[in-house]
Ligand binder design. Sequence first.
Ligand code: DGY
Length: 319
Amino acid sequence: MIKPRIWITRRLSDATLERAQRDYDVVINYEDTPGTADQIIAASAEFDGIIPCHSEHFTAEVVAQFSDRLKIVANHSVGIDHCDLQALKDRGIFVTNTPDVLSDATAELAMLLMLGAARHAVAGDRIVRSGAWDSWSPAFMVGKQVTGARLGIIGMGRVGRAFAAKARGFDMEVHYYNRSALPEDQAYGSTYHDSVESLLGVADFLSLHCPATAETTNLMNAERFALLPQGAVIVNSARGALIDETALMATLSAGHVAAAGLDCFQNEPGGNPAFSGYDNIFMLPHIGSATKQTRDAMGFRALDNLDAFFAGQTPYDTL
Ligand code: DGY
């Protein structure tokens, strides 16, 4: 039987590539450079399926130039803001993502960002590393305690819930905003707020866990930063589009928001060069799901979706 032809756009985990090569006629981009619009358009004529990452952009303009061969885009990501879902669906192309499997890794990273931002990780690391640490004082690098503090979560999907579970380990008082309240057996005593504004008023720590959509672009803007309690810490391990970065720098400079922990930025890769002037922004380069275990699980989930599709079934994670 002829194996379906699949393009894997980036260097996925070894176990994923091994399984993909066993089951499909695969072309792998070992150079690991992001797929360009032209490459994606060309791939639509040469492949039955693509496993892309969030670095490949399936815009409406790109999809409009597709040939007819491509049948499925099995994303190696939970976020799908790089895909114009409607444009792909209109062409009859299945689109899937990889939910669940990255929730713990991403929540762990959000915890790291929260703790690092709250406890001066950037300035502390720098002073020791540079050899400039020449005194100590009880007034030195005094941070904000996480244990027992009020935590606001925007977006109580899988990652938001995984983060809430970890935060409960720090005895945090969890509040959340979501489109709808969670059933009791998933809320574990967290307090539901029916508006972002209501949540912000109690969020000594705020963590963003919602997708980037037209509605959530610049969700955290100057007006909303002002609603946070004085000295709040903000964490973003979701998507850079959720934060107005100019407004973030303004509130940090004014001292209203004390610190930020960011794994994602409006501009990626690269981030915001102006942030480097802020020691109270703890930054990582979009590595929320980057653990070995999770990379294998994401790759396998994308392959499970392909397998289902080519077996004539509806893929599990069809969007
Ligand atoms: C995701 O899965 O959306 C992560 O951000 C990595 O792409």
